[in-house]
Write a new protein. Structure first.
Length: 332
């Protein structure tokens, strides 16, 4: 396992390329939310990860990088900046040489003060029409999600309707939980749904959501992400930690998450699930089960392979490849 240049790291994003290389980015520093936390990047070439490079460093904390490749091959790196989650700004950098060099950062939506536009943590979802959907969320009192929408391959964006859990109440200033998870203390204030992971099928567009309510929540759209149903719970446990899903070419869904039914519960095990409809899920395997933190997965399906990264004890980023057979079952 490669030693990373910081004592703390978290929130990876993974992107396999057509040439066989794999890209990964994450944030790291001394502690989540500290001013020295930057965005790091590495490329896997011929089975070997290159030395991580620091792409973003500033006077405020950086968070939650998301990689995306445009049709013309150009790479985009989205990330958040700001000490307060509720006031995040979203920035984007570009690369025209598969991550060898990067542009200066620009603000994604100039002047936005809503807590961050574009993808909040998970990868973008490209619809059959070419429309891009970014799973977004805000943390002002009751947590809410939305889809940020682009019809020009990421040049401009507009917001969908908000997605929330109807009837959920929250007393401002109430501390809802205690936990030994090494997150920013501001994260413990609030209830609701955040950090969507999206997919499209014949019935429309859907998202799974992290929640404070002990279960994974879901919302659906029949108008390409413009408006959404209220969030509703599935039977799949969630510990108020990140999740991510990927869709294979035959429509099968693969989800990585911590199946723990407790708000701010332990972040182990971290497991892989499978579904044909996004409602009922079957566990395929556990990646980690020991008492520690294994969290914030990212997953991409490319051909017959799943590419997965996740936080490993806040000390490193784990990388896993899972080979699928012709029936969509795990072959290795």
């Amino acid at each position: 396992m490669q030693v990373l240049p910081t004592q703390f790291c978290h929130a990876s994003t993974v992107l396999p390329l057509d040439n066989g290389d794999v890209l990964c980015a994450w944030f790291g520093g001394t502690h989540e939310g500290k001013a020295d936390v930057g965005i790091y990047f590495s490329k896997r070439m011929q089975g070997v990860w290159r030395e991580p490079m620091l792409l973003v460093a500033g006077s405020e904390a950086n968070w939650n990088p998301v990689l995306y490749q445009k049709e013309n091959g150009k790479l985009l790196l989205f990330y958040k900046e700001g000490e307060r989650i509720a006031a995040w700004k979203t920035y984007v950098k570009e690369s025209s040489d598969l991550g060898e060099t990067w542009s200066e950062a620009r603000e994604l939506v100039l002047g936005d003060e809503s807590g961050g536009r574009g993808p909040v943590r998970n990868k973008l979802c490209k619809l059959k029409t070419g429309r891009l959907l970014a799973g977004a969320s805000t943390e002002h009192g009751i947590w809410q999600a939305f889809a940020d929408i682009s019809d020009d391959d990421g040049a401009t964006w507009h917001k969908s309707s908000d997605i929330c859990i109807q009837g959920l109440t929250y007393a401002a200033g109430e501390k809802t939980a205690e936990s030994n998870i090494a997150v920013s203390l501001q994260s413990f204030y609030g209830r609701g749904v955040i950090q969507p992971s999206l997919w499209e099928d014949d019935g429309g567009v859907h998202m799974l959501l992290r929640s404070s309510e002990g279960f994974v929540y879901r919302a659906d759209s029949t108008d390409a992400g413009e408006t959404w149903t209220d969030a509703y719970p599935l039977c799949l446990p969630n510990n108020n930690s990140g999740l991510d899903l990927a869709q294979s070419s035959d429509g099968t869904l693969f989800l990585v998450c911590n199946p723990v039914a407790a708000n701010w519960g332990v972040r182990s095990p971290i497991s892989l699930f499978k579904s044909t409809d996004g409602l009922a899920w079957t566990k395929l395997l556990d990646f980690e089960t020991e008492p520690s933190e294994f969290s914030y997965p990212a997953i991409v399906c490319r051909g017959s392979k799943l590419y997965i990264t996740y936080t490993y004890r806040r000390e490193n980023i784990a990388y896993v490849e899972v080979e699928l057979d012709e029936g969509g079952k795990i072959s290795s």
